[in-house]
Design a protein around this ligand. Structure first.
Ligand SMILES: NC(=O)c1ccc[n+]([C@@H]2O[C@H](COP(=O)([O-])OP(=O)(O)OC[C@H]3O[C@@H](n4cnc5c(N)ncnc54)[C@H](OP(=O)(O)O)[C@@H]3O)[C@@H](O)[C@H]2O)c1
Length: 329
């Protein structure tokens, strides 16, 4: 096969460097499914990897990007046919194997799944890992008894990818959503997605007592640290708190009181290693009952491999709003 272009990250003791390189299939992690890349997207983890702000690559060099959508060129996976539209999110992309920022990808059997007929490849990547993670969190909360009648859901990191899609999905299901953001100037955007209330995270007082007022019946948290601790203290009885991210910190200071006196549930969400059958089911929900209704509002930019690099630092700094698409071909 001819050469193709990919955005590759090199991470070693001397530091991190990244950029577009000309590769051949022999340069990629071996895989059973070869895909012509069409769309990808930027997720927080991609920014950590490419800037070196976080240690994401477990081997180097690797093509960056935890998401990819495209068309199958060749397949030794009995579940995936040549010519099929497929996507892969997580599953070790850009962590232990070459990722999705590439014109041609080599993917493992069992990794890629068919894109639901209801979704274009572009929309699938506008949703991407961020939206998949939001959907998976909502799915887990519902399995645990979450219903709109239980009361409002707080969403932190609200203007980011996971936050934006979560608000849209929750509002679509009939939940009342309290969006918590460090960008109060984005209140109109958050309300357009479906938030019923927008709270300025920098000003918000979570209180100090082991248990405060029961303000929300659930939460989707992208920040960790003090914010996650505050969400737990202020949860109402039997609330479900989905811990997704660590944009603010990886430590959580809490007591057992909300858990043993209010029955609060802390649900850990790991979107990377979800079994294939469940991934297919979650993407089918994303295409139907969880389908985000305001994707166009979330789309902040559509980049190419050549314009990717400058886009990463604003992610690390928490400055972006919505989702960034990457056109691969
Ligand atoms: N567990 C999983 O499987 C999984 C999957 C996907 C993502 N994640 C994690 O979830 C988090 C959100 O991911 P994402 O893709 O939505 O990221 P993103 O698009 O970069 O959004 C992150 C948002 O967090 C808020 N934020 C507040 N303080 C921040 C800080 N110090 N640094 C950066 N952001 C800050 C900002 O929103 P406001 O200004 O509105 O507050 C920012 O827009 C990340 O930590 C990511 O690693 C985990």
């Amino acid at each position: 096969m001819n050469s193709f272009r990919a955005f590759r990250v090199h991470a070693d003791k001397s530091g991190v460097s990244a950029g577009v390189e000309e590769l051949t299939l022999a340069d990629l992690t071996p895989g059973e499914v070869v895909v012509k890349g069409e769309w990808s997207s930027i997720n927080y983890k991609d920014a950590l990897a490419a800037t070196g702000a976080g240690r994401i690559l477990r081997t180097s060099p690797l093509v960056g990007g935890v998401d990819i959508a495209g068309t199958v060129i060749s397949s030794e996976d009995p579940d995936i046919a040549v010519g099929q539209r497929v996507l892969m999110n997580g599953g070790g992309l850009s962590e232990v194997r070459d990722g999705g920022f590439t014109e041609v990808a080599s993917l493992p059997a069992g990794g890629p799944i068919p894109i639901p007929d209801e979704l274009s490849s572009r929309d699938a990547m506008l949703i991407g890992t961020a939206g998949f993670t939001a959907a998976y969190a909502i799915h887990r909360m519902e399995l645990n008894g979450q219903r709109p009648a239980n009361g409002p859901i707080a969403v932190t990191g609200a203007t980011g990818g996971v936050g934006s899609v979560a608000i849209d999905m929750l509002a679509g299901l009939g939940y009342s959503v309290m969006a918590m953001s460090t960008k109060p100037e984005q209140a109109d955007y958050l309300k357009s997605l479906g938030a019923s209330e927008v709270l300025d995270l920098k000003e918000f007082d979570f209180g100090k007592r082991p248990m405060e007022k029961g303000l929300w019946s659930g939460a989707i948290d992208n920040l960790g640290g003090e914010t996650l601790a505050g969400l737990i203290r202020n949860a109402s009885p039997n609330a479900n708190i989905a811990a997704i991210g660590l944009a603010q910190g990886f430590e959580v200071n809490t007591t057992v009181m909300p858990f043993i006196l209010r029955g609060v549930n802390l649900l850990g969400i790991n979107s990377v290693d979800v079994p294939r059958e469940l991934r297919v089911a979650i993407w089918q929900r994303i295409a139907t009952d969880l389908r985000p209704r305001h994707l166009a509002l979330m789309e902040s930019a559509a980049l190419t491999l050549d314009t990717l690099m400058p886009a990463f630092q604003p992610y690390v700094d928490g400055k972006i709003t919505g989702r960034t698409l990457v056109r691969l071909s």
